[in-house]
Ligand binder design. Sequence first.
Ligand code: AMP
Length: 412
Amino acid sequence: MEHCGYIKAKQDPDEEKMQFQHGRVKLPGSRTYIHPHTYEDPNQAVRDFAKEIDASSIRIERVIGAGEFGEVCSGRLKLPSKREIYVAIKSLKAGYSEKQRRDFLSEASIMGQFDHPNIIRLEGVVTRCKPVMIITEYMENGSLDTFLKKHDGQFTIIQLVGMMRGIASGMKYLSDMSYVHRDLAARNILVNSNLVCKVSDFGLSRVLEDDPEAAYTTRGGKIPIRWTAPEAIAYRKFTSASDVWSYGIVMWEVVSYGERPYWEMSNQDVIKAIDEGYRLPAPMDCPLVLHQLMLDCWEKCRNDRPKFGQIVNTLDKLIRNPSSLKELANSSVWEDPPSPEFAVSTVEEWLEALKMVQYRDNFTSAGYVTLDSVLYISISELQKLGVTLVGHQRKILSSIQSLHTQGTHVHV
Ligand code: AMP
């Protein structure tokens, strides 16, 4: 299916190689995403992938948000011989440059290539009159991070896994089309009235520029550090495997009802901790299998991470067999007296409070003396210290989580 006037391009030649190496055959009808910048004339990309809508079919009702390029409103769309539907309307504010118009509309020419229940659906664009608008399906519950914070603790674990399953399914679709998102985070997922989660935010330059979480790296790129895989931070190796890392962070955001990943640690501390093998501990009441899946997504070596297809299958199995979610990752810590961590200031006292003095000498001779020194300890490090029992490892890691949430701050 070749159009004229553009070159068909993959985002990442390595990904393409990988597909051949694994002998994967593309299913008939499955397509590869076409980057709008590969068009000589970006307006042609918009014409190819987005339907032009007559402004008279749209009724704008109220402002629901603010985007980089202007307001986001809700309203209704009534197309001839179709029923009226609720829509979100993004408009490009007056006084834009040609580049801003192009970047604004690039989101539509990307979104318009996708057709999946877990990807935000493009209804069309208005480009023939001003303001220029992008019309998408309306998602009643807004963005996932805000939604979860508002409903803290109110969903069953099966509902939460259902949300994760939806996001993974949307991401599988995107990765099958060789589209790498680069900014997967709960703030970029939208939720409708049926609790269906859909991946959104498909800008080009704007993908990272309008994300308040994105910070400049030493190499000049702008990256949402807490959500991004180490290889993407270090040398901009963005692939579907780095999207999988971000997906693990989204799982953590979901189970913790919108908690900030790594809490108030600085970006530099996060980078260092990850490099030293530290990973986010299980949120409160998190099933063990879900935390294990998160840890798999956060494998240092990107080839060791699961693929989105495998993640969807794993979550489907959990949904079919809810008893698999019963074992909690941090159950032991809640049976203990509350927060012994508060009263302690050395590793020795801490191990005593946890009733684990048997490990004291191993910790001391490895140089773990002050409490700060254990904050980013990894499971493999614990094993080296002789803590081989999974129950003990979990108890220690849960306790470290409490140390973090109590605001113990470490400067690394
Ligand atoms: P964006 O510019 O895409 O980040 O949108 C800004 C805000 O508008 C989002 O955080 C949402 O709260 C809201 N929003 C964007 N698109 C939609 C939509 N399709 N349905 C409902 N709310 C939306």
